[in-house]
Write a protein that binds this ligand. Structure first.
Ligand code: SGN
Ligand code: CA
Length: 527
């Protein structure tokens, strides 16, 4: 699996010499001999249910579909820890959280002296850039250019942190600005004699789903169908019952669904007022004019029970879809730019998210759980010339695989301590016999917002075994073939004992392989 470069246009020996290559020599190279560029677009909380190339039920995403139609769609793409910071640390290091040490959003600061793929690319002569959400607390390293949003970022007239560590403000909608800055770097700022890798990392579609003003009216006539398990009772799944991410119970009426009540105060109301307080007076008027009749009708009707649940679900789906729409436009802008500049043949374009998201499945928004909707993440790629693979790739892949993929594509040797596996053989159309048959997952952020308990687990093609631990000791087993919505915990049923035994062995093997100190203890399990 390591001899990946046969048939590629650029050889391993060629690119490692890149750092020392003079610009004169590089000018002599023909267009085909240039090393590949990497345009890595990542959004926040964008789930496959809301991309028409994965799921036709809810909305159209024509530009994302362009990537999938011209290239490949991974149908089994997963994260290792379904939360922003940890997921970003996994992808940039190619290692699980136990190795990169960024376990959660709330207590960790990324050790920026550690090995990352942008640093290795830069060392090999690539121009590297990062624009948008970073969320790793320490300032970025390994980039020729970066400009990031503070923390979660602002949708409207947002703040940015510059390379001088200054905080500046820009006028506009964040998704558009991130694209403007990225295109500007590709067009005007980078050294065009060198290959480049740009990380275009959006805040969209993160909570609280504030749309670009021109799309406020979109999807307002649309009624979204609730998932069948919206009214899940969590029977046999106490950790699922204990969460605080229910659309009905936990989604805030002002902060999330924007129904301002001037007679009530709350922390979330103030936070919301701060967000929309960033709009100019003219913009704010447009915003308020849109919401005024909806707010009036809501408080007049004062829906309760299932009526309220459905009302909140519809508002959530509409806002989320509006934010995706601007995002999709901006992916189109990047593709058009690359096409116009004849860069497509020589560039790998990747679109993914930091994790999946619940669109009402189990009654939820947010992520965190190892259940399918949040452990999955969309992954589509437009491949450079020389890679013939098209259509679906069904092998199980994980966000720790991006780093080795980019390195291998650039001809940079993949360090042995990287946990992920290069996806290049899959992109070349190979079906490696020894491809992984099990994925490891570990979520740590508890106690914390949304109250999803700590858990680790293993997922194979057919089964998923999860162990919730810390203030609980509870196993769950799902047969994904007969129960894709993960409603029936089979753990403890006699006929599944052999499956559980095998999965526990696999789990321990992975925990040992990745050297995770928090691991399942088979001896204790036998007691
Ligand atoms: C914020 C959100 C949460 C969300 C986390 C993590 N609350 O804290 O709903 O789970 O981010 O999201 S909010 O009130 O600030 O909107 S992550 O994608 O960054 O990991
Ligand atoms: Ca996220």
């Amino acid at each position: 699996m390591n001899n990946l470069h046969s048939g590629l246009l650029y050889s391993l020996t060629g690119v490692t010499a890149l750092a020392s290559m003079s610009s004169c020599a590089s000018q002599k190279k023909t267009e085909e001999q240039k090393p590949f560029n990497i345009v890595y677009i990542m959004t926040d909380d964008h789930t496959a249910q809301m991309m028409s190339c994965y799921d036709k039920r809810y909305m159209e995403t024509p530009n994302l579909d362009r990537i999938a139609n011209d290239g490949v769609r991974f149908t089994n793409s997963f994260v290792a820890n379904s939360l922003s910071g940890p997921s970003r640390a996994c992808m940039i290091t190619g290692k699980h959280s136990c190795a990169n040490k960024f376990y959660d959003n709330t207590t960790c600061v990324f050790d920026s002296s550690q090995q990352t793929f942008p640093k290795l690319l830069q060392k090999a002569g690539y121009q590297t850039a990062l624009v948008g959400k970073w969320h790793l607390e320490s300032l970025p390293t390994g980039f020729n250019y970066w400009e990031i949003v503070p923390g979660q970022g602002d949708y409207y007239n947002p703040r940015f942190i510059t390379m001088q560590n200054d905080t500046i403000e820009k006028q506009g909608y964040l998704t558009n600005l991130i694209t403007d800055m990225s295109i500007d770097w590709m067009e005007n700022q980078r050294d065009k004699d060198k290959p480049f890798c740009i990380l275009i990392h959006h805040k969209a579609i993160h909570r609280n789903w504030l749309p670009e003003l021109k799309y406020l009216n979109e999807y307002e006539d649309k009624t979204f169908t609730m998932p069948d398990n919206f009214y899940d009772d969590y029977e046999g799944r106490p950790a699922a019952a204990a969460q605080e991410m229910s659309i009905f119970k936990d989604m805030d009426i002002m902060y999330d669904t924007k129904m301002l009540d001037m007679n009530k105060d709350s922390r979330l109301k103030s936070a919301y007022l701060n967000f929309i307080g960033r709009l100019t007076p003219e913009e704010r008027k447009q915003y308020d004019d849109f919401y005024a009749p909806i707010i009036k009708e809501f408080y007049q009707k004062n829906p309760q029970g299932k009526e309220l649940a459905d009302w909140k679900f519809q508002r959530y789906m509409r806002d989320y879809a509006k934010v995706v729409k601007t995002l999709d436009d901006n992916v189109g802008r990047v593709l058009d730019y690359l096409k116009e500049k004849n860069l497509l043949d020589n560039t790998l374009v990747v679109y993914t998210s930091d994790q999946g998201f619940y669109m009402g499945e189990h009654g939820w928004f947010d992520k965190r759980f190892m259940y399918e909707e949040s452990m999955r993440t969309p992954l589509i790629m437009r491949l450079p010339k020389g890679f013939d693979r098209k259509g679906d790739i069904t092998e199980m892949v994980q966000n720790i695989d991006y780093a080795p993929t980019f390195l291998e594509l650039a001809g940079v040797p993949v360090p042995e301590d990287i946990h992920g596996v290069s996806l290049l053989p899959l992109l070349k159309g190979e079906h490696p016999q020894n491809w992984r048959n099990a994925l490891y997952y570990h979520f740590y952020e508890y106690p914390a917002e949304h109250m999803v308990k700590r858990h680790y687990g293993v997922r194979t093609d057919r089964y998923k075994l999860i162990h919730f631990y810390n203030d609980i000791d509870m196993w769950e087993l799902y047969d994904l073939q007969s129960d894709p919505m993960e409603m029936h915990n089979l753990y403890g049923q006699a006929e599944y004992e052999p499956v559980v035994k095998e999965l526990k062995e696999e789990l321990l093997k992975l925990q040992e392989q990745y050297n995770d100190p928090v691991r399942f203890s088979p001896d204790r399990d036998k007691e």
